[in-house]
Design a protein around this ligand. Structure first.
Ligand SMILES: [Fe+2]
Length: 311
């Protein structure tokens, strides 16, 4: 159609979308175009601001590589990832859920590790942590044979893919639940960490005067036929940033109970000094197991270490 005024542009784009044969594509794109055009009207976006916005989109791509995913960082920092997660789980956002964001650091093919084994694969200082996690269905029955990936940052706040000092796959492992629906492993207590701020996500945070820290957490990804893939994180309750996660990921339900033991015998004899234990029961929702697209596929050739940026 010939455009007579600014309102016609929206009408024209929406009417072209009617040609799309995939109904879900048509539904999503129509809503996207309506909100995008209305957003521009509400914000009265100037030409300079529009060009700056396009440059942001380009910069998100330029800052991404096989070992870094700027799009995931940006989505998290805008609260989009947390919103999508809560809308799609816990009975469409009406009940509490063990689901949480995937984050940018899941890698496929974590080493299979027997229950009770350790995921510390190169010297990693920090207090020992012993984790017991049980997987149950909605009726409380244990689920046997769940494939569970576990991964977390070192006590210095770096995932192995960011840190050449760590062995490949350090602090990552794959476990299978036993007859009681349980996995157990040894690791070290994770630390909170700064998300990278050398790209457009850093600009976004600085413009708001926000820090770039995530509270310490363990990641879990659990798969079993008949259940929706469970992606979760368990946060350390006394972390300084527990109520100001830069990625808005902390829900009340997923604040873990990391218990400090100062004078008790550890489950393994070589533990010196205070150690921690963590127990949690995950509830898996019925559905189809489907693995997410891995946000990264490898390690950084040169460590892309993030600086801490605090306010
Ligand atoms: Fe993480």
């Amino acid at each position: 159609m010939i455009i007579e005024n600014q309102k016609d542009v929206t009408t024209a784009v929406l009417s072209e979308l009617q040609r799309a044969t995939d109904p879900r594509f048509r539904e999503i794109m129509s809503a996207f175009v309506r909100h995008l055009h209305d957003f521009v009207r509400e914000a009265r976006l100037t030409e300079e601001e529009f060009h700056a916005a396009l440059a942001y989109v380009v910069a998100i791509g330029r800052h991404s590589s096989e070992s870094h995913n700027e799009a995931v960082l940006m989505a998290g920092s805008l609260g989009l990832s947390a919103l999508i997660c809560l809308l799609n789980n816990g009975d469409q956002g009406t009940t509490e859920t063990d689901h949480n964001m995937l984050g940018p650091f899941w890698r496929m093919h974590s080493p299979v590790t027997p229950n009770g084994g350790s995921i510390v694969r190169s010297p990693t200082p920090g207090p020992a942590l012993f984790v017991n996690a049980t997987f149950r269905d909605a009726n409380g029955n244990p689920i046997v044979g769940v494939e569970v990936d576990v991964w977390h940052s070192s006590p210095e706040g770096f995932y192995e893919n960011q840190d050449p000092a760590q062995a490949d796959m350090n602090l990552r492992g794959k476990f299978f639940t036993d007859a009681d629906g349980r996995i157990s492993f040894r690791s070290v207590k994770p630390a909170g960490y700064p998300i990278p701020i050398d790209g457009p996500t850093g600009d976004l945070l600085r413009a708001q005067g926000r820090h770039n820290m995530r509270p310490a957490h363990l990641h879990f990804l659990a798969c079993k036929e008949g259940f929706k893939t469970l992606i979760s994180q368990l946060y350390v309750q006394d972390d300084k940033f527990i109520d100001s996660d830069v990625q808005f990921g902390v829900t009340r339900h997923l604040i873990g109970n990391y218990v400090r033991h100062a004078n008790e015998k550890a489950p393994v004899s070589d533990v010196k000094g205070p150690w921690y234990s963590l127990e949690h029961t995950f509830v898996m929702e019925p559905g189809r197991p489907k693995l997410p697209r891995p946000p990264i596929t490898g390690r950084a050739a040169i460590a892309a270490r993030a600086g801490i940026h605090s306010h």
